[in-house]
Write a protein that binds this ligand. Structure first.
Ligand SMILES: [Zn+2]
Length: 117
């Protein structure tokens, strides 16, 4: 396994956005593209500092190493285990996010049934 250096991750730009910036989902953070098409990390400005730091790290890992949520969570948890646990608990406490995940699961089950005929 390669060594993941936090210093280089920090070179990836991350900007803060207000709560409600992501209209389609109550995300804590997200990867977006700037006007030149470069990927940048975004994180919600209203989050507690420790969680904000971890979300910024998580989004930067998405940009640097690619891959889905499992890979990204494994890398970001290895780099910042305390931040990962705090963020996981914040997710569980957040009703909007729970609703969002329930709706996603419902959508998945509905569409899975459709494709299975
Ligand atoms: Zn992610």
């Amino acid at each position: 396994m390669p060594r993941f250096k936090r210093q280089r991750l920090r070179d990836i730009p991350c900007v803060e956005v207000p709560k409600g910036h992501y209209s389609d989902a109550p995300s804590f953070g997200r990867v977006v593209r700037d006007k030149d098409g470069r990927k940048i990390a975004t994180v919600r400005s209203d989050l507690p500092p420790r969680i904000k730091r971890h979300v910024a790290l998580h989004e930067r890992v998405h940009i640097k190493y690619g891959g889905g949520e499992i890979k990204t969570n494994l890398i970001s948890a290895a780099l910042d285990p305390i931040g990962f646990i705090n963020t996981a608990f914040a997710t569980v406490r957040n009703k909007e996010r729970i609703r969002y995940y329930i709706n996603r699961i419902k959508w998945f089950l509905k569409n899975k049934n459709k494709t299975n005929g």
